[in-house]
Design a protein around this ligand. Sequence first.
Ligand code: ACO
Length: 433
Amino acid sequence: MAEPNHMSLELPGAQNGAHPSSENGTAPALPDEGRRYAQIIGWGYAVPEKVITNQDLEQIVETSDEWIRTRTGIEERRVAADPKETTATLATTAARRALEVADLHPSKLDLIICSTSSPEHIFPSTASIVQDAIGAVNAGAFDLSAACSGFVYALSMARGHILAGDAEYVLVLGAETLSRVVDWTDRNTCVLFGDGAGAVLIAASQVPGGIIATELGSDGSGADLLTIPAGGSAMPASLETVSSGNHFIKMDGKAVFRFATRVMADATKSVLERAGLTPEDVDLVIPHQANLRIVQNSVLKQLKVPEDKVFVNLQKYGNTSTASIPIALCEAIQAGKVKPGDKLVFVGFGAGLTWAACAIQWSVPTEAAATDWWKNTRRQAGYQAAAARSMWRRAVRWVYHVWPTDPESGALPGDEGIKEPETAVNGVRHSEE
Ligand code: ACO
């Protein structure tokens, strides 16, 4: 973690050091020197190339384009068809894009939080795999499990670390390859989900705004309504669990639907209250992209937020679970729907059962920066260096493994030549003081 006294006075990025603006988007906001704020300064997303349309699904299960569109709003989704494309590779691409927008070197990151329900493994964390791939040599890393609400949970964790002075830069990832845990013979679930990843970079700042309030909730009495029953300690993997399909998503859709429409509205109301705002103050709501009817019955009908203030892109990607809000944020930015001074709400629900909302006052410019060939080349070289560093460390461990060690000290002959760097061992920065 970074030392707390390195607080940034100005926001780096977005778009190469541009200054954050005030509420009306004209004059720069003045730094509030006594306080810390958690500002979003970078964003990026990645989705697989392979598109699966509703018509494609008609060939797999007994369903129809008409049923899927009218009951969910989904038209197509992306699926990681290439086995080499995983939750970590999608997250890595999204992370690199977010770092690029913020123009921040990965070594500056203090913490990486990856929210996912389809991690690479039970352990190690997907966050650690991304940390290695991007060369974030000074960052701690962990995964967070709160299903589709996870991205907003992770934003809340990031904000907490920053406000406590424990971190200056936190990378928050929401990444899924749910296509790997969907039962492609179950029409109740396989038509709903898609793969993808989104990332945002949060920075400590003295500029007022950023993530101003969060609201998290859980009701574990509904744990069985949406679950992957097997593969954990309650039902370890066995021939029987595999043959009975218990490693796939099981869902009571109707019950989840009822829960979702209630908590999306309630969580939004609560977070706005905490932020001292009303629904009329909100410029854009980015809801979890699960089902158009859930969005209509909650945010639009109950809170009376007008349609043009609610961003929806689920028709293209389906429900990408925890990745849906950051992907939608990136597309809202691309569509020119986010500008400095805007008040945003992110709100999600998911397995657990869980729900989460956060209120944000956006503070950085969102226009795309001109491509800088030199910086881009340097960045690519940095990622090659990160890959080389990772290989070197694996090679060193292999040598330790095959070479007979001194039983007293565990040292290898000629150890000095292959010592790991003192400043960043296993991602933990060692203080010089
Ligand atoms: N194609 C055709 N018919 C279908 C399909 C399908 N893909 N899926 C279900 N049906 C049938 C059902 O079998 C049922 O038939 P029956 O009446 O003969 O029994 C009929 O359609 C109606 O089913 P309902 O369950 O009433 O349909 P509903 O309007 O509730 O829509 C849906 C189902 C889309 C699943 C909805 O309940 C929903 O979106 N629920 C929320 C799910 C969700 O968001 N989950 C993700 C949470 S996030 C996370 O943590 C991963």
